[in-house]
Design a protein around this ligand. Structure first.
Ligand SMILES: [Zn+2]
Length: 227
């Protein structure tokens, strides 16, 4: 999960559709295309780029509250797997304090949580999401913990179907990390012009519009490389 700056002005259809109440739609073309642009075509939770399934997710569940249903700030782009995982988690445990908001810079979603993937000797991969900040503020601590729990479930699965979906995400994640590892190796072993070119490629690979950016940023931290 990484920070995305959302366009401040809401798409025009939201106000128009809101007037229709429960018969209105928050899935009009202008909403979809602006969410796709603002979230760089990625699910904001798992960071899969261009997922085949797309949901408009209400960050705070609307539960038929018309204001929350059509509030632009409350609309996020997610894949069905993550949207469903968040809903399941909120049913399973008390998430009253909510989750970290990746469109709020102060929430620092890719700094207060660590993102790592491990592969054991049997080639079984596991994602390890953990708290990377000791907060003195209890509400923030709970929001971090809820987000950590959500991300662990998203990447590792819970039910048989979600476990299979999570494995598919980890396959894409491992592909991306393998390409990134090659870049890192080149960065460490080259010099002169080749090193400069690799450095540029690394910067590109760490941009928020790339898949699984948070994992790559943590890999850089773990290698103690500064840009
Ligand atoms: Zn997702």
């Amino acid at each position: 999960m990484v920070y995305f700056e959302k366009t401040a002005e809401a798409p025009a259809s939201l106000a128009r559709e809101k007037r229709k109440g429960e018969n209105g739609s928050y899935r009009e073309e202008d909403v979809i295309s602006l969410l796709d642009k603002d979230f760089c075509g990625k699910c904001y939770i798992c960071e899969t780029k261009r997922p085949t399934g797309i949901n408009i997710e209400h960050f705070i569940p609307h539960r038929n509250n018309i204001d929350l249903m059509f509030d632009w700030k409350n609309l996020f782009l997610s894949c069905p797997h993550c949207n469903n995982a968040k809903e399941m988690l909120t049913r399973k445990q008390d998430c009253t304090d909510g989750f970290l908001n990746c469109t709020v810079a102060e929430d620092r979603v890719d700094e207060c949580i660590s993102y790592r993937i491990e592969v054991d000797s049997r080639m079984i991969s596991t994602v390890r999401i953990a708290t990377a900040e000791e907060s003195t503020e209890s509400t923030r601590t709970r929001r971090i913990r809820n987000t950590v729990d959500l991300l662990n479930e998203v990447y590792n699965g819970t039910t048989p179907i979600k476990t299979l979906e999570a494995r598919n995400i980890r396959t894409l994640l491992l592909d991306e990390m393998e390409k990134f590892q090659h870049l890192l190796k080149d960065y460490k072993t080259t010099s002169g012009k080749a090193h400069e070119e690799t450095s540029e490629k690394l910067k590109e690979a760490l941009r928020k519009n790339t898949p699984y950016t948070a994992f790559k940023r943590w890999k850089i931290k773990d290698c103690s490389i500064e840009f």
